[in-house]
Design a protein. Sequence first.
Length: 559
Amino acid sequence: MADTRNWINVTTIGDLVDQRALEHPASDAVVFPDARYSYGDLATRAHDIAKGLLALGVGPGDRVGYFLHECIDTLATLVAAAKIGAITAPLNARFKSVELDQVVVHCGMKVIVTARPEGGTDFVGLLNETFPEIAGAELDAFSLKAAPELKHIVVLDETGAPGMRSEPEFFANAASITDDDVTHRQQAVSVRHTAVIMYTSGTTAAPKGAMLSHESFLRFADSTCNQITGRMPMTADDKIWTALPLFHIGGVSFAIAALYAGATFVHVGFYNPNVALAQLRDEGCTIALPGFETIWLPIINNPDRTDADLASLRLLMCTGVPERLEQIQAATPHAPVLNCFGQTEACAFLSLNEVDDAHEVRMTTGGMPMPGMEVEIHEPDTDELLEPGNEGELWYRGPMQFDGYFRDPDTTAAAFDDRGYFKSGDIALLGTDGSVTFKGRVKDMLKVGGENVAAAEVEGYLITHPAVNIAQVVSAPDAKYVEVPAAFIELKPGENVTEQELIDYCRGKIATFRVPRYVRFVDEWPMSGTKVKKFELRATIADELAAAGITEAPSITSA
């Protein structure tokens, strides 16, 4: 009988990459649409950047930010910081000056690594806009009143910029650092040290810095891709595709999982569904990790897609309501769709389906908790412990869990109970079998005249309308009911439907208190990486109603 025990096998992120580079240096580690890099390439680039960081005086626990589009240097910077005991703090490429200022200062970044991409965000320009003092700062005596802990900005190109080091300057400075210097620092890194401060995506509030250890990422990787016991078993022959950005927990954790498996991590870079479809086909990707319908729907709905384009896929991971997952599964019937319950604070997956789960289980649940993770369900208002089979706020603890919010002891203390269980802020159904199914955010639960309404349930019904591509439901203020549902809708290309037609579509089919009172149509969503910023949608509808003097929504009847 085969041994199916999951032996705990954890190392540091720096050691992981060096080990894989020794095992198969020429194998593809990372592939972008315009470039590919071997394990040897990645390890060498990370080692060189580690020397450069040491030369700038980066010490254990110092924060190193990267403000980059997806490229080899994004991962190499993360690995380099990990090798020398520093902490990586990814900066969201969608940030504007207010958010950039907030995170750089709060995190106390010592170094920011950036570049001038050919398209997308002008990172150098945005840094100068946010911190105008940069242009007049001296490279070796860098000092900003607005960001006093920031000492260096490195621009990975030939010319640099005023107050910022160019790539040649950065690596010339690193000449004083030896391989032994890096090794000495690398040997002092513990698996329990913080590897990454991942600022949560801020869909409901200001971002918070979740501290994630080397152990969290490696336990995630093993639980996900272990060939014997992993939920998505992987081998070195697999090619793992995603478009999740590398400032997002999904992008970073999936990249580390691919490296853990010795597989090839395939990333589309700046997201373009046409490029993504070609990449999935031409690279022969075996596992797709879109994560969210906003990424995957433009690919499977591409008018030029043929069955052959996704024929190499054997697994697909995407979250969503059952109605949406059924549509996604129908597009790739040969590749089982796995659902999950995910959070930054759980290092991506708290729970995940298994490949051989029944179709209904994969469509309707988020799977069982990952190995070692313990879960409970609580009444959100009273913290009362509920029995399995109930919906409530999900609490959890375990080896993949984050270690608290950086420089925020009060928020951290409030988020944990005295046993170490994290109060997730998410509403979930804890099945009698132990499965976990996401139902919505605590703040995404509407209280309509005393009735609880889960936004996700209304969204799940709205997307069954043939004209609706994506639906997002939020609360709108109401004098009579306190709050009522408001739906923001993205239509499918070429489709047309009115606000009243969608309201009528719901009447008589779902409870009247769940029927949206307002419907607004959008072409673009306010995004935070991969998620829709619902707090902005709530503000939009509230401001609109206030400006129009509307305090009470029209009444809804069931027929």
